[in-house]
Design a protein around this ligand. Structure first.
Ligand code: TRP
Length: 448
């Protein structure tokens, strides 16, 4: 048993840490281009529906498991379902965030390079993404720097590291993205971009678009891999889990939409292609910054710098949550001290990240199921590990834990009247709706 397990101090810091995990490249990088490719506001509507009917039940399931046991993934499974096959879910969710961290750190590294470029006023010197990612040494250097920064924060522990860091950085992210969005929507020609985000085009809502909206909603909330479970295990027993989960989800959504407003109007103002896909923030935007920099250099430089700072900080707080999930496991289950746990996780993720990074260049010929190493890790995590984990967590809470156990945790032993009133609905979503819909996603992925 761990003694003196650390907790988040209050609701504010808990939500800032969770929102810090949730807000990341998923919001800034994936969300805007997915909206762009899949029918604008129509996509956002589906996204909202899946946030409520799919992601919230998964979020609550993870929160209920984490907070009721006050343990991280593996230990939580062992406590609630001793010596059963559920321990595999515990182990799976130790491994999955680390796989994500490995390639996430590579992208985080790119954002450092772009930030440095804008800091040193070299707007014309942005490399194209393919140029940048395929060279071997520089991206590795920044991957290392990114992972080291995470490690330094995680080393500080829950309150002196994660909590202290995220209670400053998460509010800062909102300030930054608001500034960039305010600038972006006032550019001449920007209104086209605003319309693009808000005008629903239901004809683009193909089954695939719907699937991506669902997948995006749980990627964005860091669900299915035990990260929120671990963070919830640091939430105090008095806290209302529905409020922390809803609070986190709302912050995450608002941020994603603000990121859309920061990016799309600028894209339209520059007459660029909104459906550019993954290259949107690393190729299209730098190009726009470069072009605008010709007429208003100082302001553009400042905005470019603030933008890439936002990308970097948001990626850091997410990466920290992934690292903590692994570190907590090693500390609680393997008796490591925090420093040693961190070194082990760092070494593992650094090595896998190295392979991911090189897979854009010298290892680009290495294919796993037809994908590069980076592509394989991303697709394994987003298409399999996250939905699978999410489904199993809801099944665990809905069918393995007793109804009264779930009720106690969700309503804080019957003391929250609102939670008591909505319990039936929430329980129904956890038990039937969420697992069934995710199963459907799996089957349709197999069929397509
Ligand atoms: N939610 C983060 C984003 O939007 C990514 C992330 C952080 C994540 N932790 C995670 C994704 C754990 C899956 C699992 O960028």
């Amino acid at each position: 048993m761990m003694e003196n397990r650390e907790n988040f101090k209050n609701r504010f810091t808990a939500v800032m840490a969770m929102a810090g995990s949730a807000i990341g490249l998923g919001n800034i990088w994936r969300f805007p281009y997915m909206v762009g490719q899949n029918g604008g506001a129509a996509f956002i509507v589906v996204y909202l529906l899946s946030a409520v009917f799919l992601s919230l039940p998964i979020f609550l399931s993870e929160a209920i498991i984490g907070r009721s046991t006050q343990k991280s993934t593996f230990g939580a499974m062992e406590q609630l379902a001793p010596s059963s096959a559920w321990k595999w879910l515990g182990l799976l969710t130790v491994a999955s965030p680390l796989i994500i961290l490995s390639y996430y750190s590579v992208v985080g590294g790119w954002s450092i390079e772009y930030l440095l470029k804008s800091l040193f006023f070299r707007l014309d010197a942005y490399p194209s993404l393919s140029e940048l990612s395929s060279s071997s040494v520089t991206p590795l250097f920044f991957h290392t720097a990114f992972l080291l920064t995470c490690a330094l924060v995680v080393k500080g522990g829950v309150s002196k590291g994660i909590e202290k860091f995220s209670k400053i950085t998460t509010p800062l992210l909102f300030v930054l993205i608001l500034v960039v969005a305010a600038y972006s929507v006032t550019l001449p020609g920007a209104s086209e971009g605003v319309r693009y985000l808000l005008k629903p085009d239901f004809s683009k809502l193909t089954p695939e678009a719907i699937m991506s909206a669902m997948g995006q909603s749980f990627f964005s909330l860091s669900l299915g891999v035990g990260t929120m479970l671990t963070y919830a295990s640091y939430v105090s027993k008095e806290e209302n889990l529905l409020r922390t989960s809803l609070g986190t989800s709302i912050f995450d959504l608002v941020f994603a939409i603000l990121a859309g407003f920061a990016i799309m109007p600028a894209v339209f103002a520059a007459g660029m292609e909104p459906g550019a896909g993954p290259g949107l923030i690393f190729d299209t935007l730098p190009f726009i910054f470069g072009k605008m920099g010709e007429s208003i250099p100082r302001l553009t430089e400042l905005i470019a710098m603030l933008f890439f700072l936002t990308v970097l900080v948001s990626a850091l707080t997410s990466a920290i949550s992934m690292m903590e999930t692994g570190v907590a496991y090693l500390i609680e289950e393997k008796g490591f001290n925090r420093d040693k746990a961190m070194v082990v996780i760092f070494a593992g993720c650094w090595t896998l990240g190295l392979l991911c990074s090189l897979s854009f260049g010298s290892l680009s010929g290495v294919k796993l199921m037809g994908m590069t190493i980076f592509g394989f890790c991303d697709s394994l995590a987003s298409n399999i590990l996250m939905p699978l984990g999410g489904m199993l967590f809801t099944i665990f809470v809905g069918w393995k834990m007793s109804r009264s156990q779930v009720y106690e945790e969700f309503t804080n032993s019957g003391t929250r009247s609102f939670n008591k009133a909505v319990f039936k609905i929430v329980y129904f979503l956890i038990r039937y709706v969420a697992p069934a819909v995710i199963l459907l996603i799996f089957i349709s992925n197999l069929v397509y």
